[in-house]
Design a protein around this ligand. Structure first.
Ligand code: HEM
Length: 323
């Protein structure tokens, strides 16, 4: 066989391998369902009109989806009599919100292109749109994610770091997803929008070491304000508070807050406990385009985590139940 023939056989073989991998692509729905992204954006625009927080809530839902079984819509699946799903794990229930919006987006897309667009892609689009509708940047997303058929309650704590995590635990759990220390910082910047239940950080206010004390790493005046908003446990009321000063706007306030020891969670404050992550917090606080450019890159990495493509998984008919 001449050199040319060998080259042709090789490149044909490569093409077949690439096609079989069924990787994500920018034009995945170009012929299959060209309206898909626009339909999701319209639903998000509508949802934002009645609920300015929805973008933040769906961004968080996407993070919780991607860290457990990859970005495959597993967080959307309801529990059944024989399976307790991710959705019901305490990190998700009751604080994850926006399932109704994803269902609405899926229903709207199904009307136009039945059986084509996955719930996993819809969630990735909606999270990106949520950031944009919160005065944040917009970026292109590769699609072709397929929906998972597995969603297990017990798998959530294996991958999702709790808000009490220290820097070592955060770095380790991000590294398990091939995400770097830089990704940890920029993605924590997701906390530039949204709210938190008091129960997610109450121990920092009232019982940090088990002796009824306050976390010394939390700015004392913020702790005082938060105590006015969050009742001392045990209590059945669990109010929400903004995570930083401008909870509807993507900006650098989150990082500025962290630097002033005003990050809401131990996991936010922890970013100051490593010289490298601290240096990125300082840079992000000072330079919005530095933060946003890097946030986009890290979001793209996160939203492509362990995706199912090609013949893996399925295209769910309804996002909350496997076919
Ligand atoms: C680094 C580890 C992280 C921890 C420990 C963490 C923890 C938390 C906690 C405890 C809440 C409050 C939940 C509640 O009580 O309502 C929260 C909210 C939020 N998180 Fe994170 N998070 C982390 C990373 C991320 C990432 C990577 C993103 C997205 C890129 C993100 C986006 C959000 C958003 C937008 C909210 C507000 C949600 C809403 O308003 O409904 N977080 N996070």
């Amino acid at each position: 066989m001449g050199d040319y023939k060998v080259w042709r056989v090789l490149s044909l073989f490569l093409l077949v391998v690439i096609a079989a991998r069924g990787d994500l692509s920018y034009d995945f729905y170009k012929t299959r369902c060209p309206q898909a992204e626009k339909i999701v954006m319209d639903v998000m625009v509508n949802a934002t009109l009645s609920d300015r927080r929805i973008g933040a809530s769906i961004l968080r839902m996407h993070f919780h989806d991607c860290f457990v079984e990859g970005c495959d819509g597993s967080i959307l699946i309801d529990s059944t009599p024989t399976n307790r799903a991710e959705k019901d794990f305490p990190a998700n229930f009751p604080s994850i919100r926006g399932f109704d919006v994803i269902d609405a987006a899926k229903a709207a897309v199904e009307k136009v292109c039945p059986g084509i667009v996955s719930c996993a892609d819809i969630l990735a689009f909606a999270a990106r749109d949520g950031v944009h509708l919160s005065h944040g940047p917009f970026w292109d997303i590769r699609s072709g994610r397929r929906d998972g058929r597995v969603s297990m309650f017990n798998r959530v704590p294996l991958f999702l770091p709790p808000p009490t995590s220290n820097i070592t635990q955060l770095v380790t759990s991000f590294a398990a997803k091939n995400l770097s220390k830089s990704d940890l910082v920029f993605l924590s910047g997701g906390h530039t929008i949204g709210f938190s239940l008091c129960s997610s950080f109450n121990s920092r206010l009232y019982n940090f070491t088990g002796r009824g004390d306050q976390d010394p790493a939390l700015d004392a005046s913020l702790a005082q304000t938060l105590k006015g908003q969050c009742p001392r446990p045990p209590t059945r009321v669990d109010p929400i508070v903004p995570m930083e000063k401008t909870p509807f706007k993507v900006d650098t306030k989150y990082f500025k807050g962290v630097l002033k020891r005003r990050g809401l969670f131990t996991s936010d404050s922890a970013l100051l406990n490593d010289p490298f992550t601290k240096s990125l917090v300082i840079k992000s606080a000072a330079d919005e385009s530095f933060f946003l450019g890097n946030f986009i890159q890290s979001m793209i990495k996160m939203s492509e985590l362990e995706v199912k493509t090609g013949s893996k998984g399925e295209i769910r008919k309804k996002c909350h139940v496997i076919n």
